[in-house]
Design a protein around this ligand. Structure first.
Ligand SMILES: [Zn+2]
Length: 340
């Protein structure tokens, strides 16, 4: 399987995030790259660097205002006397329709949903190339490849059209799906990350031409809290083109696979001719986030079930944090897909 990664994706090196009022080390560490790369190679992946398709395919799903913010906020932030080393918001609008301020602090609050998407010197460059890797992967699939793996990092599925959050800046899975759609395909995004893919859902919520399905730990008591509930079905042209399958905390392989069957049935009913798998590995029983309890062999079963659909499939890396088993889980998922 061909795999895509660009060395400039190393440049995002976030230091902090805040959880339950405590300032903690940010878990979306560049060291994930070596672990995931080794895991993919163990499954037979051969890595290549992406080309540069420019900002057009990114701006197809993100607002120009937001992209300007991401490109320029860091030097603007550094000009604030006494500012911290990372752009982290400390005030948010009560509603997205409230005014759009000129100040860096105000704009950070407008475009960053939480404290877990700090922006530093290399963030834009890394996010840009993470997105270019996803675009390159989509082009491989649109060009006839049966499958490809994108080591997109920083990840993307919590990023909305104009909002960063949850370690995410540019929505790589959404950008890839839009690229496939522009190539004349009818894509479905299947999000298996332990967290609901709220940014992806938001991006396509009023559209009927891209199906979004997410299986995740129930947001009643889990990030992202405000999205991911079963009653969110889409709006306008998108009614019925969004499916959320929240699972109780601690759900294991068998119940997960049953939910996956429901998800795959919806993908088939949609008539999808290409699948983007938003591939979080943080549903693992040993992941630091402790949302679900998928085992390493369980990931192979997930991969095999996706393969049984028989559609061209693009795997786009999302979450999955440093723990024993992270690399093995990727090997298991991709190996299960190949065997299936
Ligand atoms: Zn996650």
């Amino acid at each position: 399987m061909r795999a895509i990664f660009d060395d400039r994706q190393w440049r995002h090196d976030p230091r902090h995030f805040m959880a339950n009022g405590a300032i903690l080390p940010n878990p979306e560490q560049p060291a994930r790259i070596d672990i995931l790369k080794a895991g993919a190679e163990a499954a037979g992946c051969v890595f290549e660097a992406p080309g540069d398709a420019g900002l057009g395919p990114v701006a197809a799903v993100h607002s120009a205002e937001y992209l300007s913010f991401l490109r320029h906020i860091y030097p603007r932030w550094r000009r604030i006397e006494g500012a911290g080393e990372e752009v982290i918001p400390n005030i948010h609008p009560a509603a997205r329709t409230d005014g759009y301020p000129k100040s860096a602090v105000g704009q950070a609050g407008y475009h960053q949903a939480d404290t877990s998407c700090p922006i530093s010197d290399g963030t834009w460059e890394a996010a840009y190339w993470s997105a270019q890797s996803a675009i390159h992967g989509a082009d491989l699939v649109a060009g006839g490849a049966h499958a490809a793996y994108v080591l997109s990092r920083p990840p993307g599925h919590h990023a909305f059209a104009d909002l960063a959050g949850g370690f995410c800046f540019l929505n790589n899975s959404g950008i890839a799906a839009e690229r496939l759609r522009a190539a004349g395909l009818r894509p479905a995004i299947l999000d298996v990350d332990v967290h609901h893919g709220n940014g992806t859902q938001g991006m396509f919520y009023r559209r009927g031409d891209v199906l979004t399905v997410s299986i995740h730990a129930d947001p009643e008591r889990f990030y992202p809290f405000f999205w991911g509930h079963a009653q969110e079905r889409g709006e306008a042209d998108g009614v019925g083109a969004n499916l959320n399958l929240p699972l109780a905390r601690g759900t294991g392989d068998d119940a997960y696979l049953a939910a996956l069957d429901t998800a795959l049935d919806r993908v088939a009913s949609f008539g999808a001719d290409a699948i983007v798998v938003a591939l979080g590995l943080d549903a693992f029983e040993g992941d630091p986030f402790q949302g679900l309890a998928i085992t390493t062999p369980g990931f192979a079963r997930i991969g095999a079930a996706i393969a049984a659909l028989g559609r061209p499939t693009l795997f786009v890396q999302e979450g999955g944090y440093i723990c024993d088993g992270l690399g093995d889980n990727l090997t298991s998922m991709l190996g299960g897909f190949r065997a299936g």
